[in-house]
Write a protein that binds this ligand. Structure first.
Ligand code: FES
Ligand code: FE2
Length: 445
């Protein structure tokens, strides 16, 4: 197995052996709240949910809720979702549009800038009417590539420093030009870090996801490690895993990929290892007329699947045509539970670029009304929330691959809690998991 490691960090990634405590202990969970969740930049949601002044969404994070809104000044701003009278939770809807934010308890009202604007019976406050010092409490907020980030620290690390080289590496994918097509949350019986660890290595792929050998080459991945705990892995796509016998004809998944860009799988009989390059070439030739701007991306990027993990809890898994935001969020009190979001974005064809009437390459064709372009009647999908047992029973799915991961994770948590298990023991293929936990060790002491 070849792993190309590109290390952008001076930190040692070596931490192959550590106690299970961080997955099961309430004390550790408390320390983690103060040292990680209250200090790091966190992806709260999508800019497309706060397009107009007064649009808002609520980001649920363990014991806290952050209300993110577009202000009258067209800024995107996060606030603690807490009324400053007696602390009632202010907004109970997950998302919407407001003229102002009115507390259901005693009707204190805040404008869309978070400023306190109405207090009933003001004169009853004999020590002085509540004023702007009782406005909503702000949190630091930044937008990047279509995503809204918040930080609960008083003095956060500068956002640019947090991203480091990731800004330049990821921006060409233009996630801000992708459209939300599916929004799912599954309740898992495991610690949030078990999810991150699962998406931090390819060691398990041959065994848990046997279908992957028909579409990606997990043997020739490139691993990247960055400052502040971020990691990346770049996996050759539109190909097969050369550790297994190479088939004579393109696999079903390669065949689908070839057809989707106007190539005939039959032409690749005996040439399966040439499919990847053919896909790259064809996308380069056809992209522009199809309304897909690939000009900022390399040939490898046109065929490959990349996954970048932004510390602490964001997994971005993407190609030029799609992006999954995978986000485990901690439970307010229980280290053995978390909520896990899968937010699916796709790139519809750009009608201003497309010169061919039928943009067959648009990933958007699989969603909404099968249109290659964002449909005129596009509706933001509602968030679907379910327990992982709905996946086990087959009632819900988050794609075969994620279902396979999700079905397994409760068993990992249960095993970790057992007296028969003490320490995690990691290998080189789990380098990104090592790097993540090394960063956790620097923050939580
Ligand atoms: S707690 Fe909100 S108005 Fe009283
Ligand atoms: Fe997996």
């Amino acid at each position: 197995m070849t792993i190309n490691i590109v290390n952008y960090t001076k930190q040692s990634p070596r931490i192959s052996n550590f106690s299970k405590e961080r997955f099961v202990s309430k004390d550790y969970m408390e320390q983690e709240w103060d040292s990680v969740w209250r200090r790091q930049w966190l992806l709260a949601g999508l800019q497309s949910d706060v397009k107009k002044p007064g649009d808002y969404f609520v980001f649920d994070l363990g014991r806290e809720q952050i209300l993110v809104t577009q202000t009258a000044e067209n800024d995107i701003q996060g606030f603690y979702n807490v009324c400053q009278h007696r602390g009632n939770t202010l907004i109970t809807e997950e998302r919407g549009h407001a003229i102002n934010f009115r507390c259901a308890y005693h009707a204190w009202t805040y404008d869309i800038n978070g400023d306190l604007s109405i207090v009933p019976y003001k004169e009853r406050f004999t020590e002085g009417a509540p004023g702007q010092d009782r406005s909503l409490k702000k949190v630091h907020t930044e937008c990047w590539n279509g995503f809204v980030f918040v930080c609960l620290a008083e003095e956060p690390m500068p956002f640019k420093a947090f991203l480091g080289p990731l800004d330049e590496i990821l921006s060409p994918y233009q996630f801000d030009k992708m459209t939300l097509v599916q929004d799912q949350t599954v309740n898992l019986d495991c610690n949030w870090k078990a999810v991150i660890d699962n998406f931090g290595e390819l060691y398990h792929v041959d065994f848990l996801h046997p279908q992957h050998k028909r579409m990606v080459d997990c043997c020739n991945d490139t691993v990247r490690l960055f400052e502040h705990g971020h990691t990346g892995v770049e996996v050759p796509g539109a190909t097969v895993n050369p550790r297994f016998p190479v088939p004579d004809m393109p696999t079903d998944i390669q065949a689908m990929q070839l057809r989707s860009i106007g190539l005939d799988p039959a032409d690749f009989k005996g040439r399966v290892m040439e499919v990847r390059e053919a896909v790259q070439k064809q996308k380069r030739i056809m992209g522009h007329t199809q309304g897909m701007d690939y000009s900022a991306l390399s040939d490898d990027q046109l065929s490959d699947v990349w996954q970048y993990n932004l510390f602490p809890n964001i997994v971005l898994s993407f190609t030029p045509e799609h992006c999954w935001i995978l986000r485990p969020r901690p439970h307010p009190t229980d280290p053995s539970q978390c909520e896990f979001d899968k937010i699916s974005l796709v790139r519809f064809a750009d009608p201003a670029l497309a010169t061919s009437g039928d943009a067959i390459m648009s990933a958007g064709r699989h969603y909404q009304d099968q249109s290659a372009f964002v449909p005129e009647n596009y509706a933001r999908p509602e968030r679907d929330v379910f327990h992982y047992e709905a996946i086990v029973s087959g009632a819900k799915s988050m794609t075969d691959t994620i279902d396979q991961d999700v079905e397994l994770l409760a068993g990992v948590q249960r095993g970790m809690a057992s007296s028969g298990f003490d320490t995690v023991f990691l290998n080189e293929d789990e380098m990104r998991v090592q790097h993540f936990h090394n960063t956790m060790n620097q923050l939580v002491r």
